[in-house]
Design a protein around this ligand. Structure first.
Ligand code: ADP
Ligand code: MG
Ligand code: MG
Length: 891
């Protein structure tokens, strides 16, 4: 149902059918959006017209109103709603159907002038913005409608919009209409049907705005899903002091704690709560007291100025409480609700599975398991693998915090520790972030346009808005640290400064945010690694229980190996040896080898490298004791090891006691037109067998040395870039001969394997033959992608973004395994390899090994393991478990 009606529409229909009070309405399906993109506006209106008229007639009947009537106008809300909620798509239009005459009718009918004019000015404002597209002239300028409101408030000397009189609102309406006319050159439409179709089409159009596209890219939401349009009868939270609007969560979206919480505003409508226009009140008494403590508001003041809904309207509170309880039971997940109170009557306007932080995700899943709401498998599936990442990152040192100077305090809207340089505009955050700078985005409040900058910032601070403000909700969804509503902070956009209690901070100043306490500090506060116990550990245990594939890690150092082991890696899937050649003396010996023209000289140089390599392997084998370690033989082209600037070449010449010309000659001779397709991989080991000999010797000697100390090592020697059987066989022969020689010298032996990376497309085709020599396969999907697409990984940045924007490519194939092409080769290679060697061990290394969708694919292909960088290990473990569970469910 969600696919067709969108999340919002489906849940509204479901709520209404289970007896929750929801205003009457209907949904135009996502399919229409797809058709709209093909047919265009006029055709679509023609197709929809009859049905829409019928549906509106039903609403009229239930609400005793008439759409287009000036006496009893039927007012509607028009809301977008895709399959999954896309926060920040603020394209809702409320109070649609009002015009210069109907506003009078509404005033008369409700006997409430102020309400009618407030509704009308809101309608023009939303419609002018969302449908007609009136925007500020530049980014420093305020929203044109907001500016009019601010000016009016100033002129009248009032602080809040609720303090404006009916006459003020009438003036506002006139000014709104004027600015639309002036800036856009058209009149605000008076015909309700024109208004309606305009709004419906605007929802469809909003599917294709850059910010919607960006959000979809970020969350891998397919373009073709489209959005539904929900048309509903209005209920009014702005009818006076017994009306209001609010947002609530069935559990804490930041911590996951099982407490009902939320915020509301009396005499307000729509997004007022979220937009941070006034300070919202808390729904529960406990929440309200908590809030007051954080804000330094006394209990007396709280009771007077910010009482909770629970205290103000206990009956409505009770009804809301019961509804939230039953909705959570029904959906078996934490719900995010929107409600409106119209003259003391409660209406629900939305429910959806609430966005949450990684920590909340894990806690809620485990709590619901304990509460018997979810079974183990469902609880595992409830965790989004990529969101685990948030739990693995540093938190502030308690010692560091003690010494830190607090700048300001706001609401702990999204936990985490963030340190960065202040910026005040989202596009600056984007620019600085793209330059690799750590930034903190500080704004009065955020809006959907800021999405990209928010994503690139380390943390977000707002001076207005509550726990359900745009900044807070979006930050939690992104797993980004956020402090909301730090009221003492004054931001000056023109000067690009932030002032707190008389002290001014400039753009570029360093600050630290603690999203778990709501505190902002001066400068950089030191951090330390997080605690990985509790619920996180439980999710990992369950993953262990259900996963079929193991997860290994890509690690070149004992430190990385240890980290990965702590995260649950069951071996190293890729230990690159080339990194080891760059440090200190090693690079000199390496260069000496490269400069050698005779084999004896090369052997001599390699001899110097041997003890260093051996030591490296001993360190890694020891860190991974009892677990397999796949060591890849030298892979990159040799030119990567020589200097290309004359200054460094001179230095190299001096170090090696040769002439500069000789060095330059060698460097020139190493130059290749396509180094990625050049003299590299096993082509090196087959032209210079002594390199392979030295490396294998280092590996076997390291393992034997550890054996003497009682430490078990299981080396797996991996030949890179095999494309031809004979290539592999020759490397295998060298490796085995060398190993036997070392065994003889040590008079001892160990078990080891010789296998290969499969990364040249040809190797996947002749995998059956290669498996005659290779004891294991590891798909090197970075190179395999590069060679299958014919895209140079280092040059693809020029066209991949364009391809993705144009929809030529859905995803970057270097990030998400291309299942359609590259994946087929992986599948074929695995099958053919196992035709020859039934128990051939197959894995994957490279970026894809830690990417959840690719991991799922690897599971489907029947791989034994995936290998990824240490910090992706927990993610891959969870993804592997989910793949196994989903497969069972689909059988
Ligand atoms: P979003 O997807 O951004 O949450 P919504 O369509 O849910 O957008 O609506 C924006 C705001 O308008 C919400 O606060 C919602 O509760 C309110 N709203 C939507 N429809 C109605 C309605 N029929 N009557 C009163 N308020 C409404
Ligand atoms: Mg909503
Ligand atoms: Mg490779």
């Amino acid at each position: 149902m969600k696919n067709l009606l969108g999340g919002k529409g489906a849940n509204l229909a479901e709520m209404s059918s289970t007896g929750v009070p929801v205003p009457p309405g209907f949904t135009i399906t996502t399919e229409v959006c797809t058709e709209y993109n093909k047919l265009g506006r006029e055709k679509i209106v023609e197709v929809l017209k009859d049905d829409v008229e019928k549906e509106i007639a039903k609403i009229e009947e239930q609400t005793n109103t008439k759409f287009g009537s000036n006496e009893t106008p039927c007012l509607l809300s028009v809301r977008s709603g895709a399959r999954v909620s896309m926060p920040g798509m603020m394209d809702t239009v409320l109070n649609l159907g009002l015009n210069d005459e109907a506003v009078e009718g509404l005033a008369k009918k409700t006997n409430n002038d102020r309400f009618a004019w407030d509704s009308y000015r809101r309608f023009i404002q939303m419609y002018g913005d969302v449908v007609m597209g009136l925007e500020p002239e530049s980014k420093e300028d305020p929203d044109p409608f907001e500016e009019i409101i601010e000016n009016l408030k100033e002129k009248k000397g009032v602080e809040k919009d609720v303090d404006l009189t009916t006459d003020d609102l009438k003036n506002m309406v006139q000014e709104f209409k004027n600015i639309i006319k002036k800036r856009l050159g058209k009149e605000f439409p008076q015909d309700p049907w024109e208004q309606l179709w305009g709004a419906v089409m605007a929802v469809f159009d909003s599917w294709n705005t850059p910010r919607a596209k960006y959000y979809r890219q970020m969350h891998k939401i397919p373009e073709e899903w489209g959005t539904a349009v929900n048309v509903m009868a209005m209920v009014f939270g702005n009818m006076g002091e017994d009306s209001g609007t609010g947002v609530a969560f069935t559990r804490d979206a930041a911590t996951g704690e099982n407490v009902f919480n939320g915020e509301f505003l009396m005499n307000a409508q729509g997004e007022d709560v979220v937009a941070g226009i006034r300070t919202p009140q808390q729904i529960t008494k406990a929440g309200s007291q908590n809030w007051a403590k954080l804000q330094g508001v006394s209990e007396e003041e709280r009771k007077k100025t910010f009482p909770s809904l629970e205290e103000m309207f206990p009956d409505i509170y009770k009804e809301l409480y019961d509804i939230q309880e039953s909705l959570e039971k029904h959906y078996k997940d934490m719900q995010d609700l929107e409600f409106t109170i119209q003259e003391g009557k409660l209406w629900l306007l939305q429910t959806r599975n609430g966005k949450r932080t990684g920590a909340a995700m894990v806690k809620i899943a485990m709590d619901m398991l304990d509460e018997g709401i979810l079974d183990e498998k469902t609880a595992v599936l409830r965790n989004e693998p990529n969101k685990l990442d948030e739990l693995l990152h540093p938190v502030f040192n308690p010692e560091g915090l003690k010494e830190a100077t607090t700048i300001a305090k706001g609401l702990p809207a999204s936990p985490g520790a963030a340190t960065g340089q202040l910026v005040f505009f989202a596009d600056d955050a984007e620019e600085w972030g793209n330059q690799g700078k750590d930034v903190i985005l500080a704004r009065t409040e955020t809006s959907p346009e800021d999405l990209k900058g928010m994503n690139l910032a380390r943390g977000i601070l707002t001076s207005r808005g509550g726990m359900t403000s745009h900044a807070a909700v979006v930050a939690r969804g992104m797993g980004k640290c956020c402090i909301a509503g730090a009221g003492s902070v004054q931001i000056n956009y023109r000067k690009k400064t932030m002032t707190v209690d008389g002290k001014t901070y400039q753009e570029g100043d360093w600050v630290s945010l603690n999203g778990s306490t709501g505190e902002m500090y001066e400068g950089k506060v030191p951090t330390h690694d997080p605690e990985l116990s509790g619920n996180f550990a439980r999710v990992m245990e369950l993953s262990e229980k259900y996963a079929k594939m193991g997860v290994r890690t890509n690690a070149d150092t004992p430190y990385d190996s240890k980290t990965a082991r702590e995260f649950g890696a069951i071996g190293i899937g890729l230990c690159r040896t080339e990194h080891m050649f760059f440090e200190g003396d090693r690079i000199t010996a390496m260069r000496e080898m490269i400069l050698s023209t005779k084999k004896e000289d090369r052997v001599k140089a390699l001899h110097k490298l041997l003890p260093m390599q051996r030591e490296d392997f001993e360190g890694i084998f020891e860190a991974m004791q009892d677990l397999p370690v796949t060591v890849r033989l030298l892979d990159p082209p040799l030119h990567e090891f020589v200097p290309h600037e004359e200054k460094n070449q001179k230095q190299m010449a001096d170090e090696l006691g040769v002439s500069l010309e000789e060095v330059q000659k060698t460097v020139d001779s190493l130059h290749e037109m396509n180094p990625m397709l050049g003299h590299r991989g096993c082509r090196l080991g087959n032209t210079y067998p002594e390199i392979t000999e030295m490396q294998v010797r280092a590996i076997i000697e390291a393992a034997l040395n550890l054996k003497k100390k009682g430490i078990k090592a299981y080396p797996e020697i991996m030949v890179p870039l095999t494309g031809i059987f004979e290539e592999m066989k020759m490397q295998e022969n060298i490796a085995r001969a060398t190993a036997e020689k070392v065994f003889e010298e040590y008079n001892d032996r160990i078990d080891y394997l010789v296998g290969t990376m499969i990364e040249v497309p040809r190797a996947t085709v002749i995998a059956d033959k290669i498996a005659e020599s290779a004891e294991f396969f590891s798909f090197g999907t970075n190179d395999l992608t590069q060679m299958t697409f014919g895209y140079s990984r280092d040059d693809a940045g020029k066209f991949l973004p364009v391809y993705m924007n144009n929809g030529i490519l859905k995803d970057d194939p270097f990030q998400i395994l291309d299942q359609e092409g590259v994946g087929q080769l992986v599948e074929m290679g695995t099958k053919r390899g196992r035709q020859t060697r039934k128990d051939l061990k197959v894995g994957i290394c490279g970026e894809h090994g830690g990417e959840p969708r690719s991991v799922e694919f690897c599971h489907g292909v029947g791989m034994n393991y995936v290998s990824c960088s240490p910090y992706r290990v927990p993610i891959a473990r969870l993804a592997a478990a989910q793949a196994a569970i989903k497969e069972k469910q689909n059988q």
